[in-house]
Design a protein around this ligand. Structure first.
Ligand code: NAI
Length: 275
């Protein structure tokens, strides 16, 4: 049951591939809270993903767009305004991909053409979406824009590889564009740094299940789930957070500020005794 936190608001949700996707849960929660939305994903995701099921369930139009392609993005914002009958109040960037990670290339042996692709898809696309919305004047004043990030932007997680650079850039774009969109339209731009979450993109990272359980043990509140991330996004899209902008917001059960956790320490001791 929703609380009408997004009643009367219109928005675009990118990145819902299957029911595990964080964006899938965000789309469901936004509609539950009274928003009208369009859904978007890369044209290739239409073939192997399940986004059509979500579109039917939420009665939301699906507008395919490669987030690195400016013409696709113009079409996305244009069609969204036409379908929903006005400018957007929010949009979510929930897009990430690395060929180097997918193909298991070590960080010390990257194929740099692929790295450029990763940065384009996972970070620059956020700027491309923002620039398209800005130039088309497609956002209402006091709108809210979110991108999803990960703590590897600040701390080193060896197997996260070049995606760490992508997330650093993503967070930087939120700060830089947040200035311009804020001064012109009072639009706020933030990133949410989410706990490891079991999704297609997440589980593509080598050693993901160890990373997941380590973070879960170290965080006092445990890992944040995709559903909890969706709750946080709803709050950030709502009018309750109108002066929060240019921030990277940690949604990680407290992980970022931990030094040592007794739970993790005890688990390590137990393992050593078993040896
Ligand atoms: P996911 O695999 O469900 O979502 C990634 C989406 O990016 C997919 O829907 C995919 O089709 C889309 N995409 C890839 N290339 C695209 C392109 N060129 N144009 C448009 N869309 C494209 O996985 P998840 O985990 O829901 O990822 C969503 C976001 O959350 C990503 O930015 C990811 O880095 C971030 N995140 C994920 C965490 C995790 O542990 N799963 C933790 C922290 C952040």
């Amino acid at each position: 049951m929703g609380n009408n936190l997004l009643k009367g608001k219109k928005g675009i949700i990118s990145g819902a591939l299957d029911p595990n996707s964080i964006a899938w849960k965000v789309a469901e929660r936004c509609v539950e809270e009274g928003a009208e939305i369009t859904l978007t994903n890369a044209p290739v995701a239409m073939r192997f993903g399940k986004i059509n099921e979500l579109g039917e369930k939420l009665n939301a139009k699906i507008i395919p767009a490669d987030a690195t392609n400016m013409d696709d993005l113009k079409n996305l914002f244009g069609q969204s305004m036409e379908t929903l009958g006005g400018k957007m109040d929010f949009f979510l960037h929930s897009i990430g991909m690395s060929i180097n990670v997918r193909k298991g290339r070590e960080y010390t042996n990257l194929k740099h053409d692929w790295t450029l692709k990763s940065l384009d898809v996972s970070a620059l696309s956020f700027h491309k979406m923002l620039q398209t919305a800005y130039q088309m004047d497609a956002m209402n004043d006091w709108g809210s824009v979110l991108g999803l990030s990960y703590m590897a932007a600040q701390r080193t997680f060896p197997d996260y590889s070049e995606m760490a650079e992508a997330k650093s850039m993503l967070e930087s774009i939120a700060r830089s564009f947040g200035y311009h969109y804020g001064t012109r339209n009072k639009v706020r731009v933030n990133t949410i740094s989410q706990s490891p979450t079991l999704t297609t993109a997440g589980s593509g990272v080598k050693g993901f299940s160890d990373l997941y359980s380590y973070a879960d043990k170290v965080s006092p509140l445990g890992n944040a789930t995709a559903e909890e991330c969706a709750d946080y996004c709803v709050m950030m899209f709502s009018d309750l957070t109108r002066k929060v902008t240019m921030q990277n917001l940690f949604h990680d059960g407290g992980f970022i500020n931990m030094g040592m956790s007794m739970e993790h320490f005890e688990m390590m001791n137990q393992k050593n005794e078993e040896k």
